[in-house]
Design a protein around this ligand. Structure first.
Ligand SMILES: N[C@@H](CCC(=O)N[C@@H](CS)C(=O)NCC(=O)O)C(=O)O
Length: 197
């Protein structure tokens, strides 16, 4: 049985969605970043944290990859060309989507006020829009990023798309918007969303 620490609006959503997709039982500790529960498991105070076999695992992409490999779900096997492409998607989304969104968040409410540089935000929004176009160029015919098979890259991309929407980043790529709508329709996604209500 897994234990997942982190609130629904945080990156913990990615892991909760994964656990729902693969139908693995888990206990959810609905505690936020820097909470006592988060710090007890991860001294940095960051969430999500997955407790697996008594060990605290951090960093949502690594947790997704661990669950995918362990349960042989939503992933291609290590050492295959498909896995290399899947990893490429994961790195691309982290580098170009998550990094932009996280930098915008840091300069909006995470950093101490005197350290924030709000002027950076328009450049981040422009970069993000350019990366969305690039992701859609790299996407196979669909319905998922890698064609007929859903992978953990879809969880990461969709979470970042939703985050962008919440952060009022422009979302003008129709193919990406249609992809996000399809992904949000998934019952496992909806179950996690309902947990937050
Ligand atoms: N690379 C980590 C980032 C984790 C992270 O920064 N989480 C945010 C919440 S979504 C957090 O805990 N922030 C608190 C802080 O930075 O002090 C991941 O993907 O899990």
């Amino acid at each position: 049985m897994y234990t997942l620490i982190g609130t629904i609006p945080s990156r913990a959503f990615r892991v909760l969605w994964m656990l729902e997709e693969i139908e693995e039982p888990f206990t959810h500790v609905n505690s936020g970043p820097r909470s006592a529960e988060a710090r007890a498991a991860n001294p940095a105070g960051k969430v999500p944290v997955l407790i697996a076999d008594g060990v605290a695992l951090t960093d949502s992409s690594a947790i997704l990859a661990y669950l995918a490999d362990r349960h042989a779900r939503l992933t291609y096997p290590c050492g295959t060309i498909e896995r290399a492409r899947q990893d490429g998607f994961m790195h691309f989304i982290n580098d170009e989507f998550d990094a932009c969104l996280w930098t915008a968040a840091r300069h909006s409410f995470v950093l101490p006020e005197e350290r924030r540089v709000p002027e950076i935000k328009p450049a981040l929004k422009w970069e993000f829009a350019r990366s969305v176009d690039e992701l859609m160029r790299r996407m196979d015919d669909g319905p998922f990023l890698m064609g007929e098979k859903m992978t953990i890259a879809d969880i990461l991309a969709t979470h970042c798309g939703n985050w962008a929407f919440g952060a009022k980043f422009p979302l003008e790529n129709e193919a990406f918007n249609a992809y996000l709508a399809r992904m949000r329709d998934r019952p496992a996604f909806q179950r996690v969303r309902a947990m937050g209500r």
